[in-house]
Design a protein around this ligand. Structure first.
Ligand SMILES: Cc1ncc(COP(=O)(O)O)c(C=O)c1O
Length: 325
């Protein structure tokens, strides 16, 4: 499987779980896929390429049609990580730009909040040619219009789960799509892109954006200029909590040092965008003048910094009030 160096870690992980060897495709200096690197990796042994479009830098892969054609010429498929569909829904259809299989991250695009730990759900969409292989059961309607679960699919890869997933999330996504309608869905994408570009313009003077002067629904800035004051992106993120804001994704994608991924979505108003930008600009001043405020942040919460390595290595997942009070 081919996976870009800008991909989310879940992409190579999924390919590995599926038993494929992962080969990396490099990004070019403009943040888009490097066609030379892609062609060096492409061969008849490639089964699939997994891309994200717009990519994790918030840039639309302009060569996607050529990439899809060359993959198909080698008998390979194009898989889309749908995490960034928010930027293009109602505007571009992945099937039209050559995608054969994709998942929809409903908790990123269709109304389920991303933060807060889920639950999430990821329906998979495929081109007709792949439909016979979808996992069972498949929900269908009989001749009388009654819905039923079809297990009788001889070419199916079979069951991949012992349960049906987080169905509630699917129902919510469906309701969201029906409520917005075709026009509303497109407008949501346009607003998400507008909001991200608004923030890019406001923040870029203090937080440089190495790839792209304009973005789709997100952009990746860097906290690198503050390293000389002993302040890391982690400290900036923690300080945002003192300003009453949930910190954004940090240190991803890996190709941007001290990465800060800003993805406001369509739901933010001008006021909330300005509030966030003001907080970020104040934090930039603080980082230069009084970095210690950032190093101890969050300062306004009952607990401050956690041992994140220990939390990852020895997770204690049950809430035990007696340990707190
Ligand atoms: C491009 C991309 N792919 C995959 C994921 C993983 O998403 P999930 O929350 O569904 O595990 C993310 C998360 O932000 C992402 O940005």
């Amino acid at each position: 499987a081919l996976v870009p160096d800008s991909a989310h870690g879940t992409n190579p992980a999924s390919c590995t779980l599926a038993g494929l060897d992962v080969r990396e495709v490099k990004s070019a200096r403009n943040g888009l896929l490097d066609m030379k690197s892609f062609r060096e990796q492409l061969s008849d042994r490639v089964a699939v390429m997994m891309i994200t479009n717009p990519n994790t830098l918030g840039l639309f892969e302009r060569d996607v049609l050529t990439i899809a054609r060359e993959l198909h010429d080698h008998g390979a498929l194009l898989y889309l990580d749908g995490a960034n569909l928010n930027a293009i829904m109602g505007v571009a259809r992945p099937g039209d730009f050559g995608v054969d299989v994709m998942h929809l991250n409903l908790h990123k695009t269709f109304g389920t909040p991303h933060g807060g730990g889920g639950p999430g759900a990821g329906p998979i969409a495929v081109k007709d040619a792949l439909a016979p292989y979808l996992p069972t059961p498949v929900a269908r309607r009989d001749a009388a219009g009654r819905a039923f679960l079809d297990d009788d699919r001889p070419e199916s890869i079979g069951k991949v789960r012992s349960f049906y997933g987080n169905v509630g999330v699917m129902v919510r996504a469906y309701a969201y799509i029906r409520a917005l309608g075709a026009e509303g869905i497109r407008e949501a994408a346009e607003r998400a892109v507008l909001n991200a570009n608004y923030l890019l313009r406001k923040l870029a003077p203090r937080y440089p954006v190495p790839y792209g002067e304009r973005c789709m629904h997100e952009f990746v800035a860097t906290g690198e200029p503050f390293l000389e004051h002993g302040v890391k992106t982690l400290d900036i993120a923690k300080r945002l909590i003192d300003y009453g804001m949930h910190p954004p994704t940090i240190y991803f994608p890996l190709i941007v040092r001290e990465a800060l991924m800003i993805e406001p979505t369509e739901t933010e108003s001008r006021e909330t965008l300005d509030r966030f930008a003001d907080a970020m600009l104040k934090i930039a001043e603080e980082a230069e003048r009084s970095p210690e405020i950032l190093l101890s942040a969050p300062n306004t919460t009952e607990f401050s910094r956690f041992d994140e390595v220990a939390a990852g290595r020895k997770p204690r997942l049950r809430f035990e009030p007696s340990r707190l009070f």
